[in-house]
Design a protein around this ligand. Sequence first.
Ligand code: AMP
Ligand code: DBH
Length: 547
Amino acid sequence: MIDEGTVPWPEDLAYAYRTADCWRGRPLGAYLWDWADAWGDHVAVVDGDRRLTYRELAVLSDGLAEQLIEHGLRRGDSVLVQLPNCWEFVVVTLACFRAGVVPVMMLPQHRAHELTAIAGHVEARALVVPDTWRGYDHQALAHQVAAGLPDGAAVLVVGADVRPHSVDVRSLMRCGGDVEARRRRLDGLAPSAADVALFLLSGGTTAVPKVIARTHDDYEYNIRRCADVCRFSRQTVYLAVLPVGHNFPLANPGVLGTLHRGGRVVMLPSPRPEQAFAAIEAEGVTATSVVPAVAIRWMEAVDGSGRDLSSLRHIHVGGSMLSPEVAGAIGPALGCELQQVYGMAEGLVCYTPVDAPRSVANTTQGRPLSPFDELLVVHPMTGRPVPPGAVGELLVRGPYTPRGYYRAPEQNAVSYTPDGWYRTGDLVRITPRGNLVVCGRVKDVINRAGEKISAAEIETLAQDIPDVAEAAAVSVPDAVVGERVCLVVRLHPGRELTLDRVAAALTERGLATFKVPERLVVLDDLPHTPLGKPDKKALRLLLTRAA
Ligand code: AMP
Ligand code: DBH
């Protein structure tokens, strides 16, 4: 069932990817029982006191998969999954893969603005949420979002407080019955490997986050290659501290890469050093992935933490710019090897290899996962290739980089070239030895601690504040989170505005908190480009001078 909203790879390339053993033609759910058959009694997932073996994981996931079908979900239907890092996330995701239901990976920080837009875009049939999380009533929000959908949607809840009209996810998993018979039934209903396995969100550059459709075939290849490059094995104990709705901790190699190799996944809902260090010590964690902001926090907290981190062998750091100085300090401070990662939910992932010389690990973002990845560095204005080693915008194609966003033909005309290259919006150069160095970007996003925030999304909402005549969202550098959102506005004559009012207005609209501007600058007039748009370059310069 190829969805009409996806952009397929050309037939000849799909054939080449299949014959080259990139695409293995098996849906992700099929691997669940491979793992259970091979490593049944081995612990697969740890979440606090809860420990699930591979067999338990398969049984619970199959139970939930069948119950999702019982509840009317069909192959190809999509389900918003908004859970913190917890064992239920793993079961829900694998159950979806088994049933051919497509999970849409949301973040716990998302609110009405994001949930409503995405649920509408993918025509979600259900939402999976915690009852409450960090003091926020997700269940109530999920019902509100579901009620706004033309056909409604089921609200599936993880937690103790499951209210009337909600469905208890944990009880669905434990539906009893004959495990073997159910396994065969689900095998018979399995999706095709060319189907969409999951939807990822792009940090994006548009007023609403973009949706990326990843197929079973392409995602499994991505997971497998990441696990190879990072040498994941049965001995791997992986700590998931970044929100697992992100591609990076989910699959690069992350949670799914660990399971694919028979290792053990430790789910932790926060990257705070105290909790993370305690988990590393208690579980003998060997690998984890973090954004630079988290790595910096960990380095600051490691002395005097009193924790034994000696099991930690590899730390994968990516998601935003990492200076060579900070990179060089991470390994010695945490007593492990740094691997830099440059990746994107749109596909391409680069890693510095295990055992790379320091010069490579500390100053580059590594090389692509696959020999079939095609990279082109072009002049951002002319689109023509730059000379070898020069800086330009990175374009990419390959076996795990889809050819377009989901149901977004107009955006695709901008973000993809006619011959299928994805325009990353990142400025890179490629070293003589083939390693990539990220040098900046041309896209209009703000990268706050690895979370990408679309300037257009903030501007669209800010423009609706009655006092605002014109708004521009720009990044301001920050020592801790890398960049913060600064809103620059021109007001209608005689009006006033404060940062608190901006924050209140955008929060009221249901914008995720991490996107809310942390600085406000009011100007009499905004500088403009010749095309009449706010001149972001000039604004950033103005802000750095004023700082
Ligand atoms: P997304 O498209 O939302 O998945 O975000 C991917 C983007 O994150 C990339 O296009 C880069 O802009 C940024 N990014 C990821 N890894 C790195 C890195 N190691 N250094 C700099 N930027 C990065
Ligand atoms: O930032 C990202 O989106 C990212 C970073 C590292 C990513 O998607 C990935 C690795 O796969």
